[in-house]
Design a protein around this ligand. Structure first.
Ligand code: NAD
Length: 263
């Protein structure tokens, strides 16, 4: 390996990423990090005002960057297909897909309605399924390496009180991720999970009551919440077909030690 290999270990300049959930707190921070690394980013989401603000933030941090918003509903095949088509039209390629749309709810188990269960599963899980199908099909014929990052959660592997449907959806995302890593291992498509611990954001604000915050802190060796920017390094590694070339089927946990903690 040459010196230049290490100097440009991530090699992301000019690569293109589509990020669903891109107007939210965590995925927009990842998008900003991607833009800082020279990538072109398309933010998928449903709120144009938030999208404008996120894109403004990216452009003011990195004036030469290219960032667009492509509106759409998570879990809508039509919208995901349109997002892929628009990105290809804009930049002619896609290298990285981030599936990060997510909703949460703290409904007590016996009160979870079928409607709520289906809505959360559709937004969190079916969106990942459809994203992997639509982009996976494209990646298989694109002829260059590609990377899929599915956003899971620390609650995917261990029981986390109060968030039943959310946790079930994230466990399923992890399983789907591993299965696709197996499926596409020899096809140039790497599929990994990026698993955040606790980061205050819109979707979990209602769940983060003072008692719960105290309990989370007691179970987090670093004794604090994460900052969204702290996901960027892990995301760049998984996105990079150079630095992350041999990483597929991984569950990269960024949680201040939460999932390592027992008593
Ligand atoms: N914040 C945390 O502590 C934490 C921890 C683990 C995992 N996550 C996951 O990270 C991802 C990002 O969440 P966040 O914390 O940034 O929350 P957020 O609420 O800021 O972002 C969630 C995003 O999903 C989008 N979204 C929700 N429903 C949608 C729909 N029907 N159609 C289109 N977009 C929709 C929202 O508009 C928003 O952009 C989610 O998958 C979440 O489950 C977050």
């Amino acid at each position: 390996m040459s010196e230049s290999y290490f100097r440009d270990l991530y090699d992301l300049e000019g690569k293109v990423a589509v990020l669903f959930g891109g107007t939210g707190e965590l995925v927009s921070a990842i998008a900003k990090g991607f833009a800082g690394a020279g990538m072109k980013v398309a933010l998928g989401g449903r709120n144009p005002d938030k999208a404008r603000a996120r894109i403004e933030e990216i452009r003011s941090a990195f004036p030469a960057s290219e960032a667009v918003f492509i509106p759409g509903q998570a879990g809508s095949r039509e919208d995901v297909e349109r997002t892929l088509a628009q990105t290809l039209e804009q930049w002619g390629r896609v290298d990285v897909l981030v599936n990060g749309a997510g909703v949460n709810s703290a409904t007590p188990f016996l009160e979870i309605s079928d409607e709520e269960f289906n809505r959360i599963l559709n937004t969190n899980l079916q969106s990942v399924m459809i994203g992997c199908q639509v982009f996976g099909k494209h990646f298989l014929s694109a002829g260059h390496p590609a990377s899929i990052l599915n956003i899971s959660s620390a609650s995917a592997r261990i029981p986390l009180s109060r968030v039943f449907t959310y946790s079930a959806s994230k466990a399923a995302i992890l399983n789907l991720t591993l299965n696709l890593a197996r499926e596409w291992g020899e096809k140039g498509i790497r599929v990994n999970a990026l698993t955040p611990g606790f980061f205050p954001a819109e979707q979990n604000r209602k769940v983060l009551t003072p008692e719960r915050v105290e309990s989370i802190m007691r179970h987090t060796p670093m004794n604090r919440f994460g900052n969204p920017e702290e996901l960027v390094g892990a995301a760049l590694l998984l996105a990079s077909s150079r630095a992350g070339a041999f990483i597929t089927g991984a569950d990269l946990v960024v949680d201040g030690g939460f999932t390592a903690m027992t008593i």
